[in-house]
Design a protein around this ligand. Structure first.
Ligand SMILES: NC(=O)c1ccc[n+]([C@@H]2O[C@H](COP(=O)([O-])OP(=O)(O)OC[C@H]3O[C@@H](n4cnc5c(N)ncnc54)[C@H](OP(=O)(O)O)[C@@H]3O)[C@@H](O)[C@H]2O)c1
Length: 269
């Protein structure tokens, strides 16, 4: 049976998902999109060959509705959708911080809802998407969500109680690496390198380290020890990192991100 999927509120994340699905073998004819602006809808049609529809039409026609509007727009979108969504539709929310209970309270009783927290590397098919079931979502609904988000990277199932922690780790995670690259590039400039060369050295080192972390199967401590020779350069740098409390700063930073995610989830915008 052909499954029609609609992406509602197709902005940056929605379009990344859509293009990943098409590259992954989904047929554009089975994909519907909605947008707030007509020119955006036409842009999506011409770029991807998908069909723009209204939110109400998407709710009536598609088997799976993926909601990718900003969290503050979700209430309005649900008000618009609620009268049109039959209870056999799967609702997937890609919005940060909004619990599945928010959707369940606004849709007909028994509607299956799955919550996903992805991250911006979805734009290059290297996302980390964390998936949690709402009260009425079954194994089949989770598997279908994994199939969709698997088109743009890795997926992991977690209980919804862990979503705020995951938002702090992988949702915001890419930003911490961008920040580190920026700081290390500044250090390169201090050491006398031109900015473009410093940037290239650090970015390639980051890519190399990331691939080793992913593919070697080694613990990060072992990988670091391998480049930390006695009385060498790396241990001098590590001593400074420890002296300046970088490890403690990272732990505190992620705790602060987790706390903010909790606040947002409880409606404190
Ligand atoms: N970007 C990230 O880093 C990231 C990472 C993980 C998760 N997320 C989550 O992904 C979601 C989308 O983020 P984004 O960065 O892709 O935002 P975005 O680019 O602003 O995309 C949202 C789109 O939804 C449209 N929209 C709003 N209300 C609508 C409605 N009632 N009907 C149809 N379309 C509507 C907006 O239209 P306009 O163009 O007119 O505003 C916009 O194009 C958010 O909930 C966010 O929490 C984002």
């Amino acid at each position: 049976m052909t499954q029609k999927v609609a992406v509602l509120g197709t902005g940056k994340i929605g379009e990344a998902l859509l293009s990943g699905m098409i590259r992954g073998g989904w047929t554009p004819a089975d994909l519907l999109v909605t947008a707030r602006r007509k020119e955006r809808a036409e842009e999506l049609r011409s770029r991807h060959g998908v069909t723009p529809v209204t939110n109400a039409e998407a709710a009536k026609t598609a088997d799976t509705l993926i909601l990718t509007v900003k969290p503050q727009d979700m209430g309005t979108l649900l008000d618009e959708l609620a009268p049109h969504v039959p209870t056999d539709r799967l609702i997937i929310s890609g919005a940060a911080g909004i619990p599945t209970s928010f959707f369940e309270a606004r849709l007909a009783a028994g509607t299956p809802v799955v919550r996903v927290m992805t991250n911006t590397p979805a734009l290059v098919d290297e996302a980390m998407s964390v998936i949690s079931a709402g009260s009425h979502a079954t194994e089949a609904h989770l598997a279908h969500t994994e199939e969709i988000f698997g088109a743009v990277g890795k997926t992991l199932r977690v209980p919804e109680t862990q979503q705020d922690a995951c938002t702090a780790l992988s949702g915001s995670g890419p930003a911490y690496f961008f920040y580190l690259v920026e700081a290390m590039t500044d250090a390169g400039i201090l050491l006398g390198l031109p900015r473009d060369k410093a940037h290239e050295l650090i970015v390639q080192s980051a890519i190399g380290a990331a691939v080793m972390l992913r593919d070697s199967g080694e613990h990060p401590v072992k990988l670091r020890e391998n480049v930390t020779s006695p009385a060498g350069t790396t241990i001098n740098a590590i001593r400074e990192l420890e002296k300046h409390g970088v490890r403690a700063a990272l732990i505190a930073a992620l705790e602060a991100a987790r706390d903010r995610s909790r606040e947002l989830a409880s409606g404190n915008n």
